[in-house]
Design a binder for this molecule. Structure first.
Ligand SMILES: *Cc1c(COP(=O)(O)O)cnc(C)c1O
Length: 429
């Protein structure tokens, strides 16, 4: 990259974190398909293992292709550093790992991706962790749920299955007051629509599987650290603020300052949990990110058109898109995601559960899949699939009631999408 500072998102998504390959001059980031790296000598190896010198040891920890993606994501989200990993779910575990211990809890929004609700409410228990689910529109309830054992507050920017925007500006001060980090899952907004760090988030996690790669080819995840949280302000985060026995007594915060969380995530998180992103996947994601702003702009334009059309349809009881005047979150969306309210929302069909199933089966251009954020338009009936493990009350709280269908609007022509929805709605009613 040139020496002049680059601030424009469109430029950063193409250039940030990468430069022509020093060995070959290759302009595109090479896929470093290697497990290990030859040490210059024994002294070099020792310095790398001691974290006295930053370099490559073994690809479970670091890899140049993955490193380029980490740098690019940190730049796009406005953070101090990033750690990539094998999936969005891995990113959530890896983000919490340095903060948590048996008996500790996380205060989380009820409006989350179904898989996250299951991970937090069930699998957490096996680590001795727990999650306290709270309506994040109720700020007093968030405050009341935080106690001495709370180690993070967690929510999604635009909550899956869509239609809900979290008031990050109101929640960040509550987490700060309690002395715990705010972790925001930014998967459905991406850094193009919202940079949670600018709204006070400490850590941003994303599934790169969705809009970042943007074409449904890889699973990947990333954690971006703002670098602004003072881990040493209390005794709540000993793995970061005190000598860490898992790394020969290294004090990460003292040694690495704003890069403490990133170094910990790699040197301990990836080393011991092994949720590593492979270089081929990193390459696909780097390719995807080069066009992120162009795709997101088209996703949003299409979502607005399709949502407005659906709202006027006689078979449709409700549309949750926050870009609609009827949405209770319209003003909040303008503040948190000023460029647009994403491309994910749900529709409620007058015909109920049976009509939803028939509708999903009748769509031709929309694919019925468990994914979102693809260039292609996608549909799913959340209650019978992604949110199936939840009780009906949890489904309703998460916005995935049995009479609701989730749409992820792609980048095709809006008129073709509307024609497909029209024929499927006719078939379903
Ligand atoms: C898909 C998704 C995840 C999980 O990501 P994977 O890459 O599938 O593990 C987490 N959060 C949200 C909001 C998602 O949409």
């Amino acid at each position: 990259m040139s020496d002049t500072p680059i601030n424009d998102f469109d430029t950063l998504q193409v250039h940030a974190g990468t430069e022509p390959d020093p060995a070959t001059g290759a302009r595109q980031v090479p896929i470093y398909q290697t497990t290990s790296y030859v040490f210059r000598d024994a002294e070099h190896a020792a310095r790398l293992f001691g974290l006295e010198e930053v370099g490559y040891i073994y690809s479970r920890l670091t890899n140049p292709t993955v490193g380029a993606l980490q740098n690019r994501m940190a730049a796009l989200e406005g953070g101090a550093g990033a750690v990539c990993c094998s999936s969005g779910h891995a990113a959530q575990i890896l983000a919490l790992f340095p903060l948590m211990a048996p008996g500790r809890n996380v205060v989380v929004s009820t409006r989350l991706y179904g898989g996250t609700i299951t991970q937090f409410s069930q699998t957490f228990k096996r680590f001795g962790w727990s999650a306290r689910f709270v309506d994040f529109d109720d700020l007093d309830a968030i405050k009341a749920a935080i106690d001495e054992d709370t180690r993070a507050v967690f929510c999604e920017t635009i909550a899956n299955p869509g239609g809900y925007v979290t008031d990050l500006d109101a929640i960040a001060p509550i987490a700060a007051e309690a002395g715990v980090p705010l972790i925001v899952d930014n998967t459905t907004a991406t850094a193009y629509l919202c940079r949670p760090i600018d709204h006070g988030a400490t850590l941003v996690v994303s599934s790169m599987t969705k809009y970042l790669t943007g074409n449904g080819t890889v699973t990947g995840g990333v954690i971006v650290d703002s670098g602004t949280f003072d881990w040493s302000a209390s005794d709540k985060f000993p793995s970061l603020s005190q000598p860490e026995p898992a790394y020969h007594g290294l004090n990460f915060h003292k040694t690495f300052g704003p890069a403490a969380f990133t170094f910990h995530g790699i040197a301990i998180g990836l080393r011991d949990l092994g949720m590593t992103l492979n270089p081929q996947a990193a390459h696909y994601t780097l390719m995807g990110i080069e066009t992120l702003s162009l795709r997101m702009a088209k996703h949003i334009e299409n979502a607005q058109k399709v949502a407005e059309w659906l709202e006027g349809h006689e078979a449709v009881a409700a549309v949750t898109y926050p870009g609609l005047d009827s949405s209770p979150y319209k003003d909040r969306a303008k503040r948190i995601c000023p460029k647009g309210a994403g491309a994910l929302f749900t529709i409620k069909l007058k015909g109920g559960y049976d009509s939803c199933v028939k509708f999903v089966e009748s769509l031709k251009l929309f694919s019925h899949v468990a994914n979102l954020g693809d260039a292609r338009s996608l549909v799913i009936h959340s209650a019978s699939t992604t949110h199936r493990q939840l009780t009906e009350d949890q489904q309703i709280a998460a916005g995935a009631a049995p009479d609701v269908v989730r749409l992820s609007i792609g980048i095709e022509g809006a008129n073709d999408l509307i024609a497909d929805l029209d024929q499927a709605l006719k078939a379903a009613s």
